[in-house]
Design a binder for this molecule. Structure first.
Ligand SMILES: [Zn+2]
Length: 216
């Protein structure tokens, strides 16, 4: 059983594919995350988008809020990004569903937003490919990691981090890459030096715990 924790299109090669939807997406797959990506925030639309998010998060098949977060390389004003992120932290805590995070060069601000708003839900940093120091800080904050195509790069940050973050703290994803999640699993087994059955069982149990979801 394969689980893809974050993808933008259904690839039909995993038991669970958590498809990330933007606000207003017309068709909904079996399981999805729903949220406002920092890059797509505008002053004119964010309030109505938050209203819609507030409704959709109650749907059973909506397993997480996201991807949301902070991105210092995009053109959206960082203060506005923080305002919208904080609203999404509040929504996630109200419905007790995890946050799937997009974070670029803003980990300090990210941690502050979460802690100052008394976040209690699991936080999953998606597409993690940052250095050891950042990984260590995020681990100390009890965060989870989702690794994707960066694992395939030779001695990438992600390939190092997966060995250090702890078996209970990670997930695997394809994000927007046109590859099978099976390939990411295979690479992860090599990096961790464990067999496929072990990693599948571990990721099933991680998924059940963090997403409060019973796999059958
Ligand atoms: Zn994504």
């Amino acid at each position: 059983m394969f689980i893809n924790t974050h993808t933008h299109t259904q690839l039909y090669d995993a038991k669970i594919e958590l498809v990330n939807l933007n606000i207003g997406a017309p068709d909904k797959p079996n399981y999805y995350s729903y949220g406002i990506h920092p890059r797509y925030i505008t002053k004119e639309t964010f309030k109505s988008q938050l209203e819609e998010l507030n409704i959709v998060v109650h749907e059973k098949r909506c397993l997480a809020i996201g991807e949301c977060g902070l991105d210092k390389l995009c053109n959206v004003d960082i203060a506005l990004q923080q305002e919208v992120f904080i609203e999404q932290i509040k929504i996630a805590n109200k419905v007790k569903k995890p946050l799937i995070i997009h974070c670029v060069k803003a980990f300090n601000e990210l941690i502050n937003c979460l802690n100052l708003n008394d976040n209690k839900v699991p936080v999953i940093i998606h597409g993690f490919n940052n250095n050891e120091n950042i990984a260590r800080i995020l681990v100390s904050q009890g965060m989870y990691f989702s690794f994707g195509k960066a694992l395939l790069g030779y001695e990438s940050n992600a390939a190092k981090a997966i060995k250090n973050v702890g078996r209970k703290n990670f997930f695997l994803e394809t994000d927007d890459a046109d590859i099978s999640i099976k390939y990411i699993y295979k690479k992860a087994t090599e990096l961790l030096g464990i067999d496929e059955d072990t990693i599948r069982l571990q990721l099933q149990s991680n998924f059940e715990n963090v997403f409060n979801f019973k796999l059958t």
